[in-house]
Write a protein that binds this ligand. Sequence first.
Ligand code: XUL
Ligand code: CO
Length: 436
Amino acid sequence: MAYFPDVDTIPFEGPGTKNRLAFRHYDPSATIEGQSMKDLMRFSVAYWHTFRGTGSDPFGGGTLQRPWDDGSDSVENALKRVDVAFEFMQKLGAPYYCFHDRDVSPEGASLAESHKNFDVIAKRLKEQQDATGIKLLWGTANLFSHPRYMHGAATSCNADVFAYSAAEVKKAIEITHELGGENYVFWGGREGYMNLFNTNMKRELDHLARFMHMAVDHAKSIGFTGQFLFEPKPKEPTKHQYDFDAAACLNFLRANDLMDHVKLNIETNHATLAGHTMMHELEYARIQNALGSIDANTGDLLLGWDTDQFPTDIYLTTQCMLVILEQGGLAPGGINFDAKVRRESFEPIDLFHAHIGGMDAFARGAKIAAAIRADGALTDIVKNRYRSYDDGIGAKIEAGTVSFADLEKYMLEKGEADANESGRQEMIENLINDYL
Ligand code: XUL
Ligand code: CO
């Protein structure tokens, strides 16, 4: 059964093509810094947006035409969506996908029924994975949609909700493991608070840490060796999310002895909502050996909320790829399009245009970043900027062999610091533009 009868496998045709259903830059077998683009990017389709998105927004209901979907929460409908998803991903040439438990499989009348539904769906996912070679980048649990999670999940004031969340995550890790998932993500759907007058922040954070340790312990007990990932987001739905940004997440992980078990899944629109650039968040995580995976999308600076648009800005993708290439790739993480088509783009074909654009934008960013790196265009600039630490007093500071008293003596003798040099920001920005 073809759910996308008008679309063949999306070919790579190069930048000159007029075919809108072709890649201009993403050539899976082309190599960048010794890796195929396929292995370097590890592109992933987000099941929730692409196969469960309806186009609804706070002002109106769904607009998206999905002729295969009867709109029900039946297991049959969910099974059909799996077939649709794999046809789509295969035609697109996406090697990975990601899901929340409740996106792929319907919530039942009880936890036991939800588990049962999940088993049925997982079986079909496995069959489709085996038939197509498409793999699971990560699984996660939706701990935010159901009303029971109104106060959060692991940070809920209700201990039964904590227990329910634990049972849901336990199952989600098991299914992720069964499907060969390479990572497991925690995004704190409602892990935060609205008002401190009714909140015990210390207890909530302690509970969240306890929850993650239990997840790590359970993974160990079932032999799941995938990478755990924590996804920062500063706001939405709560006013203060505990997972605000990379710095807050890493502080939490370090304070709770979780750094050896959990890395970060950095999302572009979450970075910008936190008042950071994506490049800042990626680099902040990378230098602490905590850059695990990315959720690729973009926000709209004029709207200022989590619009989850597909990334098309080459400047943005170049910045991302500069950091990703510096790390040598993201494996076992990848580039997951946590992005949705606009509600005005309501036809199924728009799903292809959106993903093709995102993949091409990243492929082009990768080529540009690799060219910048091949020329060493920034390497020498940065290296030279810090050369005062390469020997003399700077080397002693870095080696930790001098004290405040030593530095006072040094400066009293010298009298004044060496003259500063220009940061050349504008020249460097011009230089980057030469590569675009
Ligand atoms: C929400 C978000 C989530 C996570 C997975 O903003 O990004 O979809 O990526 O729970
Ligand atoms: Co995300």
